[in-house]
Design a protein around this ligand. Structure first.
Ligand SMILES: [Zn+2]
Length: 258
């Protein structure tokens, strides 16, 4: 009997498969171990040290390490440490490198999740783009929400008694049931104050349906951020367009790590 060898989730070849973290190592090592692996039930923490074991050496050390390397520099220069209460943000980026990495993190976390089958199916079509093998920019809608740390107000003493740090690392789906929801999937990749929303069309939809969806989504979760598209390499986000850490915000994130 011939045993069936597993194929690489990216190139599809039956090469030597390796272990890969969902987030790049250069990002993970800036977090304390307790924050990464603690408490799967909490809304705040995510098992960011989860690994996938179906990526081949040549993908891992080739195309994927290029976008990881780019992203770690972006993380170090903009996303770490978290922004302070009242901060605005300026973000300089290469759109395609950024989107390729965000799609890769989403695809990896969906595969690492026991019930992420639907997300895996939707994200798999971006694999050639993630690997840098195609020149077109995909139909994903990207938005960035800045979430700063906040001052913690003690209602007993009427004084500020500390901060609630926007320190988190997370990749998950966002549940949403508004207009046109069946045509789209929403993924969140949150790194400290930088919360990236990927809105992924599940089939080809008209621009008016897209607009209906985005407007409903913005009103519903009040956390839609600013749009980032392929014509941009810089965005300036004033304080008025940021939000801050508060318990309700964390509850708004899905508990499911799909
Ligand atoms: Zn491969």
């Amino acid at each position: 009997m011939v045993s069936k060898k597993r194929s690489c989730a990216f190139c599809g070849e039956q090469n030597n498969l390796t272990r890969e973290h969902i987030f790049p190592n250069g990002v993970i090592r800036t977090y304390e171990e307790a924050l990464l692996s603690l408490n799967d039930k909490s809304d705040r923490y995510f098992k960011a040290d989860l690994v996938v074991k179906d990526v081949c050496e040549s993908c891992n050390n080739g195309a994927l390490s290029v976008i990881d390397g780019y992203f770690v520099k972006l993380f170090e220069s903009h996303m770490h440490p978290p922004l302070l209460p009242g901060d605005s943000a300026e973000f300089e980026f290469n759109y395609n490198y950024l989107l390729r990495e965000l799609l890769k993190i989403s695809y990896n976390s969906a595969r690492a999740s026991a019930d992420g089958f639907r997300a895996v199916a939707a994200l798999r079509k971006y694999v050639p783009y993630i690997l840098g093998n195609v020149s077109y920019t995909p139909d994903v809608i990207l938005r960035l929400q800045i979430v700063t740390s906040s001052k913690r107000f003690n209602t007993h003493t009427n004084q500020i008694d500390g901060t609630m740090d926007a320190e988190l690392l997370r990749s998950c789906k966002i549940s949403y049931n508004g207009p046109q929801h069946s045509n789209f999937m929403i993924r969140l990749i949150a790194l400290n104050s930088f919360w990236f929303y990927l809105i992924i069309p599940l089939k080809s939809v008209s621009s008016s349906k897209k607009e209906t969806f985005i407007n409903g989504f913005k009103d519903n979760i009040r956390l839609s951020g600013v749009p980032i598209n392929s014509t941009m390499d810089f965005v300036s986000i004033p304080k008025e367009k940021t939000t801050y850490m508060h318990p309700g915000l964390l509850e708004s994130m899905s508990r499911k790590h799909v």
